[in-house]
Write a protein that binds this ligand. Structure first.
Ligand code: DON
Length: 554
């Protein structure tokens, strides 16, 4: 009944164009919210570089898109510094608290406890975003945190008018927000607000001030940290002050891919995204270049994705488990995979996992920035599902993530994105859960494309399809890249998922004739944000996904 009602709510909500991109001359910013984009462009206008702008945008998104990302979450920042072409991924992924063990997620009968990885204290991992922005500012920025956090502090303190999207998402989560501590601030007198509601978050403004003044220490130590630990433990979690004090971001070498002459740089472990992209492109490079919207090419893309996602079960936090990356990306393996692809038939892979449903609503955010000097940032940030674990840390205004759901509890237990995994992604103290977030740069003769998207496991196929279309098409049409219909395969369940209305009957028949099991998902997915800077003197461009979408069932 509940599901049916939700489905109705979703069915009547049409997609609102989300043109939140701004560009002028050689710099451009694309984010999921116009106020966050404005914070980025204002930072560039006052002389900040792309890294300063990234701090401003990430902090503003924490305020204006509180259901997607924020100080209580984490993410990955992929950077390119123009002066020396230094490229790095800042891993600001959350870590498992030291007191949490996998047994906390199972009952005495060995059954997973409902919602234990998605709601309340046990769901929340130690946040990484505050350390991420502090590191970005200190190591790569030119402005002070006081300057770059000013727009976010103002938006939190003075408030901003919520939009349709906020109204829709708050409605979906109304019951949860009414029931949990500290979340009344997101509602209008206990109800999901109508568009135009003035949302003020004084607690969050104070926490941002702490960070502006004391850097990461303003969050991971002192009053804010104390408040967070107390609130998480009161909500059933096990956080220790030292878990927060010990949190560090990690600079990682991104995954580098050469595909048909283009240089692609993408997120490294603990994201599965770069490795999956490298594998899929490594396979597709053996076939003629083709339009990924055509059924023949879609079949090959689905087959390549299927194989890459099977290997995802071997991935995990590289600081805690040995992941055979060179084997997975090696010629031997990819040649074997290519040989196993039948151009006419879907490969029925052994069903290692029993089929089982799973549904939920998600969120995350991506933004892309290039400045006039050519510095770039692709950042995908999240608190995981809509409004995260659904509670706020005491007076901090910080909404806690539910990133513990990205761990693999047991081989037969799927997470909210219907992902299964292996031992490599098991819960362990201080460990980073495996992610699908894939901030990416694509460089070819035309210029550089900076892209990424939310969407859980479907992030990887979104970035893949846009990359393939960009590289195939001599004309750059970034609006098309963000708007193009999407499909997805993740090995298990054995389904080729497609967006509604995206594909003709003829297309669907062609794929079914090859043996694919199609699943038309109830709603379009993704909220891709793309920036393109052409080679030479041309103006940079930005595009935001017209879907502005945040809710699609898995
Ligand atoms: O890291 C991950 O892969 C997930 N926590 C991302 C969640 C997400 O994209 C939800 N968005 N729609």
């Amino acid at each position: 009944m509940m599901l049916r009602r939700l489905f109705l709510v979703l069915a009547v909500v049409c997609c609102i164009p989300a043109l939140h991109a701004a560009d002028s001359s050689r710099s451009a910013v694309a984010s999921a919210h116009p106020l966050a984009t404005a914070a980025g462009t204002a930072t560039l206008a006052r002389g900040g570089n792309a890294f300063d702008a990234a701090v401003a945008v990430a902090a503003a998104l924490a305020v204006v898109e509180p259901y997607s990302s924020g100080l209580g979450g984490g993410g990955f920042f992929l950077l390119h510094r123009a002066s020396d072409r230094h490229q790095v991924m800042i891993d600001a992924r959350e870590t498992a608290p030291s007191g949490i063990e996998v047994r906390h997620f199972f009952d005495a009968q060995g059954r997973p406890i409902k919602d234990a990885t998605t709601r309340g204290g046990t769901a929340a991992a130690i946040p990484g975003l505050p350390a991420g922005i502090a590191h970005l500012a200190q190591r790569y920025g030119t402005l002070s945190l006081r300057e770059t956090l000013a727009p976010a502090i103002r938006l939190a303190r003075e408030g901003f008018k919520t939009d349709q999207r906020y109204a829709r998402i708050a409605k979906l989560r109304e019951a949860m927000l009414r029931a949990t501590p500290g979340t009344a601030v997101f509602l209008d007198d206990g109800r999901a607000p109508a568009p135009g509601f003035m949302l003020r978050q004084p607690g969050l403004a104070d926490t941002l001030e702490h960070i502006a003044r004391d850097g990461a220490g303003g969050f991971y130590q002192g009053a804010v940290a104390q408040d967070l630990v107390a609130a998480v433990n009161a909500a059933g979690g096990i956080w220790r002050p030292e878990d927060l004090a010990a949190y560090r971001v990690i600079e990682r070498e991104p995954v580098r891919i050469v595909y048909r002459g283009a240089a692609i740089t993408a997120a490294a472990l603990p994201s599965a995204g770069g490795i999956a992209l490298a594998q899929v492109l490594g396979m597709l490079g053996h076939f003629p270049q083709a339009d990924v919207q055509q059924p023949e090419a879609a079949h090959l893309v689905a087959e390549a994705l299927r194989r890459a996602f099977r290997d995802r079960t071997r991935l995990g936090d590289p600081d805690q488990v040995a992941v055979p990356v060179s084997e997975l990306l090696g010629k031997n393996k990819l040649n074997q995979y290519v040989k196993s692809i039948d151009r006419n038939r879907a490969t029925p892979l052994p069903p290692v996992f029993p089929d089982e449903g799973g549904a939920g609503s998600r969120n995350t955010t991506h933004f892309s920035i290039v400045d006039a000097a050519g510095n770039r940032v692709a950042a995908t940030l999240t608190i995981n599902l809509l409004f995260g674990a659904g509670f706020v840390g005491g007076g901090t205004g910080v909404l806690l993530n539910n990133e513990m759901d990205d761990f693999t509890l047991r081989a037969d237990v799927a997470n909210s994105f219907r992902l299964r995994g292996g031992e490599a992604n098991a819960v362990a103290p201080g460990k980073r859960p495996l992610s699908s977030m894939t901030p990416t740069f694509v460089e070819d003769d035309k210029g550089v494309l900076i892209l990424g998207a939310p969407g859980g496991s479907r992030i990887i196929s979104q970035v893949l399809l846009a990359t393939l279309e960009y590289l195939r098409n001599p004309q750059v049409d970034i609006q098309r890249l963000v708007a193009m219909p999407r499909y997805h395969h993740q090995y298990w369940p054995d389904q080729l998922e497609i967006e509604p209305e995206g594909f003709s009957e003829q297309w669907r028949n062609a794929l079914e004739a090859k043996g694919h099991q199609l699943r038309v998902v109830n709603r379009k997915w993704g909220n891709m944000q793309v920036v393109f800077q052409p080679k030479g003197e041309g103006a940079a461009q930005a595009a935001s996904d017209p879907r502005g979408s945040d809710v699609a069932w898995y």
